[in-house]
Design a protein around this ligand. Structure first.
Ligand code: ZN
Length: 229
């Protein structure tokens, strides 16, 4: 498990955890009691989870309520609440945790489709309706460009939008997407301070699930919450 803690104002702090293969499968299923136990072992409080659809939808948990937020077809969630945790699940896509120093947090699922749909802009805009403080980011493990062969047409379009850094090559010289470069570009464009950029590759580093490399159906969880002290 990857750990990140940061102090906020008023004695509070944020906690971010991003699980690895040895932490188990966090893909959500029907009445999966093992999943509940795994979640509790990371943080024992209610988890907001999403039916991720590779779009730009953002759920304001404080507006819709916990019950409606869970399973919503969206790719980011935002809250000020200190009694729950926000989660997303990934295996190759990029997990992002966002926070403001005055205590608005978000969890974002960003694959290339979500990136292109504008998921980062939508999430940061939602946070800024609740806070004028600077936004900070933890960017978790995902598939690296050396393992991510990508179609030329899609690559041209993403390069035009997010800059030449997204164009890369695989280990065997094929056109590849550096989706992390696109995420970083988009975070900076939205004035987010990047505190952690954990660029270990889920496909080739070992110790991670990878949909692309191994057709894994299991998922990592990345979760963010606020501690009161
Ligand atoms: Zn790799």
């Amino acid at each position: 498990m990857r750990f990140f803690d940061r102090a906020l104002v008023n004695g509070r702090s944020i906690r971010v955890r991003s699980t690895e293969e040895t932490d188990g499968d966090f893909a959500h299923g029907d009445a999966d009691h093992d999943l509940e136990a795994r979640r509790r072992s990371v943080i024992d409080r209610p988890w907001v989870w999403l039916s991720q659809v590779h779009g730009d939808g953002c759920v304001d948990v404080d507006a819709v309520g916990f019950e409606s937020a869970c399973g919503a077809p969206a790719d980011s969630s935002v809250t000020r609440r200190t009694d729950l945790a926000l989660s997303i699940q990934t295996a190759d896509c990029i997990p992002i945790a966002l926070w403001s120093l005055d205590g608005v947090i978000a969890a974002v699922h960003a694959g290339w489709r979500g990136l292109e749909a504008g998921v980062i802009e939508t999430a940061t805009r939602s946070m800024r309706t609740q806070s004028s403080a600077p936004l900070h980011a933890y960017v978790g493990p995902s598939i690296g460009p050396e393992c991510y062969e990508f179609g030329a047409e899609d690559l041209d379009r993403l390069e035009a939008r997010f800059g030449s850094a997204v164009r890369a090559k695989t280990n065997d010289g094929q056109p590849a997407l550096d989706v992390r470069a696109g995420v970083i570009s988009e975070l900076l464009r939205n004035d987010v301070v990047i505190e952690v950029n954990d660029d270990v590759c889920t496909a080739c580093a070992g110790g991670f699930f990878s949909y692309r490399a191994r057709a894994d159906t299991a998922r990592h969880a990345t979760v963010i919450w606020i501690e009161e002290s």
